[in-house]
Design a protein around this ligand. Structure first.
Ligand code: PHE
Length: 377
């Protein structure tokens, strides 16, 4: 009979236990063979078992970890057994055993992760949230431009002041040098709430000027943004309410040159470095001298086009040196102090900046129009 090799599978012959076997191979070799085979089988069984591992909570996962991976766990026990494996089998069984350990570790980690994901999801669940994604809106173009105006003047030291929209005659007209029955009152068609005493919707933000001057001592450098109302028919070019920003600067030795410089800085910051300004004489009861300010048309660069009606200039605001009567009306000594004021329509500036042709668009709340300003500024 041919001699059997040491790494032949011993099982069939071992079970047969032939006398020849007992004589030709040392007993310990056979025993080792048995251990090798049994170990391989145990490893394969555990590999199959680990693939199907399941747990329903963190405690069960921990129990599985202890069962397989702890120092006294099943896999550690197999590593102990591995020490007795015959040298020729060490490589194969060693690799298999290592695979078992990594598979088991991965599987248990995987279960831990999926379980902690579930836990996280439960902890994050806010039952008060609306089911639909909430669409983010945009800032209204009027707010964008108002904020930009405030930003430009705040860099020149102006601070924002506020006042009521429902006003009295004194603040809107009388304190600002509008004489009773003066035709200038007709310049601004007023919505009256009551007559005598007159309570009305403010027709301009200049009334915040007089409120500030009556309360504060110079130096004063305020910006008054707000909504104003005029009794006008609604059309593409006029509305019964719109927005203004008023500026007021009172101090010693304030001159027309300061006014011009402040407005030139504003025009360049708002419409671009190459923008030019032009001041034309005008009339307002509360400023003397008064002026209307134009900027060079940024569509044609001043050459003249249909937008600027061929003139190369577009009007943007009214301004002037505060009339000494107004200073005195508000308790400021006009011999010591002087100042300038200006006022502009925010819709007008917005139209120029974004070429909005119809004023009504600003108050119709059409989201298609508002969406156009998502990336503005
Ligand atoms: N209040 C004026 C208007 O509504 C604008 C203005 C403000 C003019 C301040 C001069 C100075 O038309």
């Amino acid at each position: 009979m041919a001699e059997r090799k040491a790494d032949d599978s011993p099982f069939p012959s071992f079970l047969g236990l032939s006398v020849f076997y007992w004589k030709s191979l040392p007993f310990c070799l056979i025993l080792r063979k048995i251990i090798n085979v049994m170990l391989k089988e145990k490893i394969n069984n555990l590999l199959a078992e680990i693939e199907k591992l399941k747990a329903e909570n963190a405690d069960q996962i921990e129990a599985l970890r202890i069962k397989y991976l702890s120092k006294k766990g099943e896999i550690s026990a197999l590593f102990d057994e591995f020490r007795t494996v015959s040298p020729e089998q060490k490589k194969e069984l060693g690799q298999l055993l290592n695979k078992l350990k990594t598979d088991a570790t991965n599987r248990i980690n995987e279960m831990k992760e999926s379980f902690s994901d579930k836990l996280g999801a439960v902890a994050d669940l806010d039952l008060t949230r609306t089911p639909d994604p909430i669409e983010l809106g945009t800032r209204h173009p009027i707010s964008l431009v108002r904020n930009k105006i405030v930003d430009i003047f705040s860099r020149q030291g102006f601070v924002v002041a506020d006042g009521p929209e429902v006003e009295d005659d004194w603040h809107v007209f009388s304190s600002l040098n509008f004489a009773p029955e003066h035709p200038a009152r007709d310049m601004q068609d007023t919505f009256f709430i009551t007559r005598d005493p007159d309570v009305l919707l403010r027709t301009h933000t200049s009334c915040v000027q007089s409120r500030v001057m009556m309360k504060q001592k110079p130096p004063i450098r305020v910006l008054c943004p707000g909504r104003v109302y005029r009794n006008e028919a609604i059309s593409a070019r006029a509305h019964c309410f719109f927005h203004q920003v008023e500026g007021l600067y009172i101090d010693k030795n304030v001159s027309f040159a300061d006014l011009k410089q402040a407005l030139l800085f504003f025009a360049k910051e708002m419409f671009g470095e190459e923008t030019k300004i032009r001041l034309r004489p005008s009339y307002f009861p509360f400023t003397e001298p008064s002026a209307e300010m134009d900027i060079s048309c940024d569509l044609c660069g001043g050459k003249g086009c249909s937008f600027c009606k061929g003139s190369g200039w577009v009007e943007i605001l009214g301004c002037g040196m505060v009339d000494p009567n107004v200073l005195e009306n508000c308790g400021i000594d006009s011999k010591v102090y002087s100042g300038f004021a200006f006022g502009m329509g925010v819709e007008r500036i917005t139209n120029l900046k974004y070429k909005v042709k119809d004023l009504r668009m600003f108050s119709e709340n059409d989201t298609r129009f508002l969406d156009e300003f998502k990336s503005a500024f």
